[in-house]
Ligand binder design. Structure first.
Ligand code: TYD
Ligand code: MG
Length: 446
């Protein structure tokens, strides 16, 4: 960074050499502030700080081994948290507005309170009576959860100092307002500053904090992403609007494995945990149909089977459509190219639609082979046997790559009544009684 640039826009982080009322880069007003260095002058050598406490790794042996955790008693939630809520941790729960975050966290608050934690639920969006009404609808009125409707950060921190809760839930971080920051609630600097104050307060006082963050239309700007690096655990609550399934996914967790999912079902009494998501995701599957393939996937540490649906139709457009729900569009383009150039199955002039049933979003490359099978099945208009499942990664050469946890996938498939599987060739082929496994080295081998 050049030395003479000493002003920064708090909205877009652009640097300038002089102050102005409006940022040239993003057009926001009153966002330019001066950067101040830690040393007060160029000649001053000492920073004036105090030496920090330095230890070596071996010293850790004498310290506390694992931070204490409290379980909610809801497996789907505890697993995603890495085995329960860790003391003095900061968690972010992000999701689209209206997806069910407040409902989830009010239910979680009640569970943690019942298990002995002193829990306070601070809402910046709803009044106390609105939260109470929600609690009544969810059947949680007997729970000893404290409520507060507050948005001023100074008042919130004072309340927390007095109440000394074990867990504070802040719904939502975008409504919080720090009076020492000169911008509107919901702006990047307000969100960042509020999250920073709350997480440092939590760490200092041995309190856990859960921040709720709405995913904004603009995506990264002032959304939960701004806060992700400040917290220990980042969870996203996902789901399709029209579906009753909701998935809580850990994308970062300092206290457990990431990519773990918890599956919930929306009911009029709130969220209910789904113990066997595979059975649920496959429950709406009808008779074998062209383009429908069951993918044996892994989400975190757990196998999850789901249905991948493809539709291929002649295109009326000069540029055929490629439409994907629940998977990566670039990955679909890659599979289509591999099918075309390595297996001689052309998709030119055809519209292609791909959908992961049930509102699940898959990110693992292990779904490649299932997608390819669905595409070919749709194109050839011939169905795969109903009791077959598929998994495997495809490389650009058309070769099939083995994927992790093959045995877990096969076992889950067998448990759900599948009798055959189509997979890449593994060096040490795993077998599961009652399941015939068909393997190949490359895509053209099938
Ligand atoms: P809400 O928790 O308010 O969403 P968010 O906090 O993410 O904006 O939920 C949105 C609406 O859905 C609300 O009217 C309640 C309703 N809802 C149910 O009826 N049952 C459920 O299981 C859930 C999760 C939500
Ligand atoms: Mg809400």
């Amino acid at each position: 960074m050049p030395k003479d640039l000493t002003f920064t826009c708090s909205a877009c982080a652009a640097k300038t050499s002089k102050w102005s009322g409006r940022c040239d880069n993003c057009g926001e007003w009153n966002t330019i502030t001066e950067d101040k260095a830690l040393t007060s002058g160029p000649k001053k050598k000492s920073l004036g700080g105090m030496r920090g406490n330095v230890i070596t790794l071996t010293d850790l042996a004498t310290q506390e081994k694992e931070p204490p955790r409290t379980k909610a008693g809801v497996d789907e939630l505890d697993r995603v948290l890495g085995g329960g809520l860790t003391k003095a941790s900061a968690t972010l729960v992000g999701g689209d507005p209206g997806i069910g975050k407040s409902t989830l966290l009010l239910q979680a608050a009640a569970r943690f309170a019942r298990n002995g934690l002193n829990v306070i639920y601070i809402s910046g969006e709803e009044s106390n009576s609105q939260v109470q009404m929600r609690a009544r609808r969810l059947g949680l009125t007997e729970s000893p959860v404290k409520l507060a409707a507050e948005t001023n950060l100074r008042d919130i921190l004072t309340t927390l100092e007095v109440e000394k809760p074990d867990l504070a839930i802040i719904d939502s971080i975008q409504t919080m307002w720090a009076d020492n920051v000169e911008s509107a609630p919901g702006s990047v600097s307000q969100v960042r500053s509020s999250a920073h104050e709350l997480t440092t307060f939590a760490k200092r006082n041995g309190m856990s904090v859960i921040l709720v963050g709405h995913v904004t239309k603009e995506g990264a700007i002032a959304g939960p992403r701004v806060v992700e690096h400040m917290v220990d655990t980042v969870l996203y609550f996902e789901g399709e609007r029209g579906h009753q399934f909701r998935i809580l996914r850990s994308v970062k967790n300092r206290f457990g494995p990431a990519d773990e999912i918890g599956v919930f079902e929306m009911t009029d009494k709130g969220l209910a945990e789904v113990k066997n998501p595979s059975a649920l995701f496959l429950s709406e599957r009808g008779a074998p149909a062209p383009g429908s393939v069951v993918f044996a996937g892994i989400e975190g540490t757990r196998p999850v089977l789901c249905e991948i649906q493809a539709l291929v139709a002649p295109s009326p457009h000069s540029q055929p459509r490629r439409s994907v729900v629940g998977w990566d569009g670039n990955r679909l383009a890659m599979i289509l190219a591999v099918l075309e150039s390595r297996c001689g199955v052309p998709f030119a002039g055809l519209d292609v639609y791909l959908n992961v049933a049930g509102g699940l979003r898959i990110s693992e490359p292990g779904a490649d082979l299932a997608v390819a099978a669905a595409l070919v099945s749709a194109r050839e208009d011939s169905a795969l046997p109903a009791e077959a499942c598929v998994f495997g990664e495809i490389s650009l050469s058309g070769a099939l790559r083995p994927v992790a946890q093959a045995e877990n996938r096969l076992k889950e498939a067998q448990k759900l009544g599948f009798t055959s599987a189509i997979t890449p060739h593994q060096k040490k082929q795993v077998t599961v009684p009652g399941l015939t496994v068909r393997t190949a080295h490359d895509l053209a081998g099938f």
